[in-house]
Design a protein around this ligand. Sequence first.
Ligand code: ZN
Length: 342
Amino acid sequence: MPFAEITGHEQPISLLQASVRNGRLAHAYLFHGEARIGKWMTAVRLVQALNCERPSHIDNSDSCGHCRSCLQIVARTHPDCFVIEPDPESATPQIKIEQVREIEQQFIYRPLIGERKICLIDEADRLTIGAANALLKTLEEPPGHGLFILVTSRPHALPITIRSRCQALRFTALARTQVEAAVILKRELPPADAHFLAVLADGRIGEALETNVAEVQARQKECLTLVKPQSLTSSTAILAAAETLAKSDRGEETLTWLTRWIRDLVILIVGGDQDQILHLDQLTDLRQYAQRAHIDLLLTLLNDIERIHQQAARHLNMQMALETTLLRLREALGLVPTRVSA
Ligand SMILES: [Zn+2]
């Protein structure tokens, strides 16, 4: 499917299309920017534009999306196009030197159908040192018919030697309204669900287009029961919930939902943009909390939850972290008297 179907990224796309039109493409590109915002899709569209049998655009800079070539590229069966990516099954996914060597072998020969042999490398920051060195050799003396597109959300994890051989194109996260519109159009979801997914995805359109709404909303509901006054005013309920959540390994996820909920509350208290609120269907409850919540305590709590997330990979007592968070939350919400701090 052609460039026109990509939401956003007008700048990098128009630059690429101009290069296709002028026949001035670089030998290697580095598409970088946050995860799941459309870098990979743009790379695939570029490969299609270069190989399409029925270019739809008047000047051959866009593809039809339907011809044999376009379909083969999506199915990864096009004889001149190759994809390298880390093994998703692996615990520590890496791109190994053998994968790069295989492509080197292919690139010795001229393309079979099109004008170029093209290699797409996803999560290029996961190249091992050996693989990166092998790739560097190819990038230093690229065959005239070769085109490499490296895609990454962590460009600085790539050796500078590789980065300096690529033309870098930066992709930026999309606006919430753009994501919302795309979700309504492509998934045909009601506007309320589209808004929910767009706020949740925070500019990551790939995520908004794939997230299972019902599943996420079920999780959200669980978190909402935690912040009901009757749950928060009972210490027994808090301790029990913390234990259950920690034991079922849902501690971090719960903290993420709590963060989102507290953020909504803060937006209401400071009179921020209500369009940024995730729990729009909870406005009545949130407004009630907003009247007696202590914003300074809420902001400190948000900071501390962030710190818990950073420590969660190490040895952290999640059950205790959840207990403390919920006990502090009820204070911040004004449900129990604030403890006098020293
Ligand atoms: Zn085509």
